[in-house]
Design a protein around this ligand. Structure first.
Ligand SMILES: O=C(O)c1cc(=O)[nH]c(=O)n1[C@@H]1O[C@H](COP(=O)(O)O)[C@@H](O)[C@H]1O
Length: 234
């Protein structure tokens, strides 16, 4: 397990090109925020970009939401560890064997990122779950997948901040919660459905927040980061 102290906020770098992403990261301080690299940017710009940010001292969350057979996912998270990222994720719906095999593979690595699992995407509602044949509400489904994730030996889950209090009280303080769907007061909700403000998320006890468009689409992204950090209690 990774014992280095990680930042509270990971900025979601959902950009088309490395140039656009670098224009933003040049305005960010590696001591204040981490970087989240997801499917769009990783597909476009690849591992070199991630390694470069790690070398520049940024904490990186590689958000590729792996979901495949256990052997394939285990090998993929090992490659993520070798990039030097601090956090990597899989889909909890890949099941216990997939998650446990991935965790065991990481334990053999010299650098061990936190391994966390996506429960119910923050863009999903109870109705969306019904459509895919899940007849629990979002909170119940998050809890069920988080319990499975914990029993598979992972470090935590990705969930919405709305579920943070109940997860912390049921699964314990040390089980990490990474929460996207963060929207400062007055900002656009976009495609996010289960949202909270940064202050509400902090009060609910989340460990990490993922914030993208409210920062990346702001006229002054560095100021947007400072405003969010200033709004949080230390
Ligand atoms: O795993 C994630 O990071 C993730 C899980 C989830 O349930 N919801 C979610 O929004 N995300 C990611 O978090 C980021 C949120 O970005 P914004 O909606 O722009 O703040 C995106 O990059 C999503 O891919």
């Amino acid at each position: 397990m990774n014992n280095k102290s990680l930042p509270l906020i990971y900025v979601a770098l959902d950009f088309e090109t490395a140039e656009e992403a670098n224009r933003l990261t040049e305005q960010l301080d590696a001591k204040s925020v981490g970087l989240k690299v997801g499917k769009e940017l990783f597909t476009a710009a690849g591992p070199e970009l991630v390694k470069n940010w790690v070398e520049h001292g940024f904490s990186v969350f590689l958000d590729l939401k792996f979901h495949d057979i256990p052997n394939t996912v285990a090998k993929a998270v090992v490659q993520a560890a070798r990039l030097g990222v601090d956090v990597v994720n899989v889909h909890a719906s890949g099941g216990r064997k997939m998650m446990a095999t991935a965790k065991q593979a990481l334990e053999k690595e010299s650098h061990q990122p936190l391994l966390i699992a996506v429960t119910v995407l923050t863009s999903m509602t109870d109705e969306d779950l019904t459509e895919i044949g899940v007849h629990r509400n979002a909170q119940e489904q998050v809890m069920a997948l988080a319990k499975l994730t914990q029993s598979a030996g992972l470090d935590g889950v990705v969930c919405s901040a709305q579920e943070a209090e109940i997860l912390k009280s049921t699964l314990g303080e040390s089980f990490k919660l990474m929460t996207p769907g963060i929207r400062p007061k007055g900002s656009q909700q976009d495609d996010q459905k289960r949202v909270m403000t940064p202050q509400q998320a902090q009060q609910a006890g989340v460990d990490f927040m993922v914030i993208g468009r409210p920062i990346t689409k702001a006229s002054d992204p560095a100021q947007a980061v400072s405003d969010i950090i200033a709004s949080l209690s230390r």
